[in-house]
Design a protein around this ligand. Sequence first.
Ligand code: QAP
Ligand code: CO
Length: 175
Amino acid sequence: MKLTIVEYPDKRLKEKSKTIERFDKELHQLLDDMYETMISSNGIGLAAIQVGHAKRVLLLNIPDENDEQSIESLIEMINPVITQKSGVTTYQEGCLSVPSFYEDVDRHESITVNYQDRDGNTKSIEADGLLSIAIQHEIDHLQGILFIDKLSYSRRKKFEKEYKRMQKEKKCSKS
Ligand code: QAP
Ligand code: CO
């Protein structure tokens, strides 16, 4: 089932997500619904709070060299923790919860993440490139942090202005 994406400035996006303790059918259903929601919204990453569930759950599906997304490369992370980080990189990020806005954000270049899979097995992954950026963006969601919270004061102002104008245009096109 496709779920509704929570969009900024909804306060739920500021909530801190809770650790998963039961790796049951309910969790598996949430993961499947999140996947359907992410793919049909053209996303490459999604955190559970973006569909209204304050749980430490996220998905990543980075496109391959031919820019194609495949379920083979889907990564499901439960209770992720960054254990190592190095370097700095900048990327123009976007977010399904902040539609049609993109801005440069600084991240760690390479990271190591410990997490659990849908059955509760402990995993570890070393990531760099877009996967590393995406993981950091999604883990931020679990702390209630959006990429726009990382912008400088002046860029944040620019965002608020542009975003408010867009919301108005959306409303007008409906009526
Ligand atoms: C997070 O973001 C991310 O504005 C995932 O109109 C961001 O999937 C990972 C999207 C940057 C790596 C680098 C955004 C789709 C998707 C939009 C997304 C939109 C339609 C964002
Ligand atoms: Co996001």
